[in-house]
Write a protein that binds this ligand. Structure first.
Ligand code: JDE
Length: 244
C-alpha cells in the first residue's frame, strides 16, 4: 500500500516511520510512504505557502494554489486504481476501527495535512474525505496523518505477525482487551491470577472472556451495544451486572 503525505513539515515523519512494525514494513516494501513538501509547489521566489485571511483576523491561511498544484502532481504519479484523498482536520469524520478497515481497502491513500492556522476553504473541493483522529486540536495534521498510516498500515497483509493479527480481530469484535501478565508470578505482593498459571486452557479462555466483558462494561459500556456477543457472553454479563 502506498501513502502519499502532503505537508509543510516532511521532516516530521522521518523518525516515526523508521520505528517498529511500520518501519519494518516500509523497509520490506509492503508499505510505501512518499512525502511531498507543499512548499516545493510555491511558484514565487519567496516560496510563499500562506497568506493573511480575507476579511481580516489573526494568523495565516494555507494558500490554495500550492496545495492543489501539489495534489495534482501527486495524482499524476499515482499508479493504483483504488486511490482516496484525505484531509486531516478536526472537522472531519472521526477515525474509528471500521473506517480504518475501510481505508485499508485502498491501494493508495493521499493524505493532505491540515493546519491549525487554517486553510483556504476552496482546498476542500479537491479532497474525497475529511478525517479527524479525535476531538482535540493539534498544531498541524501531521500527527493525524501518522495515526492514519499506523492504524491502516497495520491491517495490510504481512505488516503484523499472525499473533497480533488475531488481536485485531478480537478488537474488531468490539470488546476491550483482557488483563495480561508475564513473569514474575508475584511483584510487591501483586500476584498473577492463579488460573493463568494453571495450564487449563478452557478455563483460561473463559476467564479472559469474562475479564474482557467486565472491563468493557466498566469502562466502555457503549461498545457492548455493537459487540458480537454469544449466549455465554450474555450469561457472563448478567452475572457481572447482578454482582455490581
Ligand atoms: C485532526 N483531530 C484533530 C487543526 C483547526 C480550530 C483550530 C484548528 C483545516 O485543517 C485543520 C487541521 C488541524 C490539525 O489537525 C487536528 C486534528 N484530527 O487538529 C485545525 C480547526 N479548528 C484545522
Amino acid at each position: 500500500m502506498i501513502f502519499h503525505v502532503l505537508t509543510l513539515f516532511p521532516d516530521f515523519f522521518s523518525s516515526p516511520l523508521k520505528q517498529s512494525i511500520i518501519g519494518r514494513a516500509i523497509e520490506r516494501g509492503i508499505l510505501k510512504v512518499a512525502l511531498h513538501n507543499i512548499r516545493d509547489y510555491a511558484k514565487d521566489k519567496h516560496r510563499t505557502v500562506d497568506d493573511t485571511p480575507y476579511g481580516g483576523g489573526a494568523g495565516m491561511v494555507l494558500k490554495v494554489e500550492p496545495v492543489v498544484d501539489c495534489l495534482e502532481a501527486v495524482r499524476k504519479k499515482t499508479t493504483k486504481e483504488r486511490t482516496l484523498t484525505i484531509l486531516t482536520t478536526p472537522q472531519g469524520v472521526t477515525l474509528r476501527q471500521p473506517l480504518v478497515e475501510r481505508l485499508s481497502g485502498y491501494e493508495e491513500l493521499i493524505i493532505l495535512c491540515g493546519r491549525y492556522e487554517g486553510i483556504d476553504e476552496r482546498i476542500r473541493a479537491f479532497v474525497d474525505m475529511e478525517v479527524s483522529i479525535g476531538d482535540y486540536i493539534l498544531t498541524g495534521g501531521e500527527i493525524a496523518a501518522l495515526v492514519i498510516i499506523d492504524s491502516v498500515g497495520r491491517l495490510v497483509p504481512g505488516v503484523v505477525g499472525e499473533a497480533d493479527s488475531l488481536k485485531t480481530e478480537s478488537f474488531s469484535e468490539g470488546l476491550l482487551e483482557y488483563p495480561q501478565y508475564t513473569r514474575p508470578p508475584e511483584f510487591r505482593g501483586m500476584k498473577v491470577p492463579e488460573v493463568l498459571l494453571s495450564g487449563h486452557h478452557e478455563q483460561i479462555r473463559k476467564w479472559r472472556r469474562k475479564e474482557s466483558l467486565k472491563r468493557t462494561l466498566e469502562r466502555r459500556p457503549d461498545l457492548l451495544e455493537r459487540a458480537e456477543l454469544t449466549e455465554e457472553d450474555r450469561k457472563l454479563i448478567k452475572e457481572l451486572t447482578e454482582k455490581g
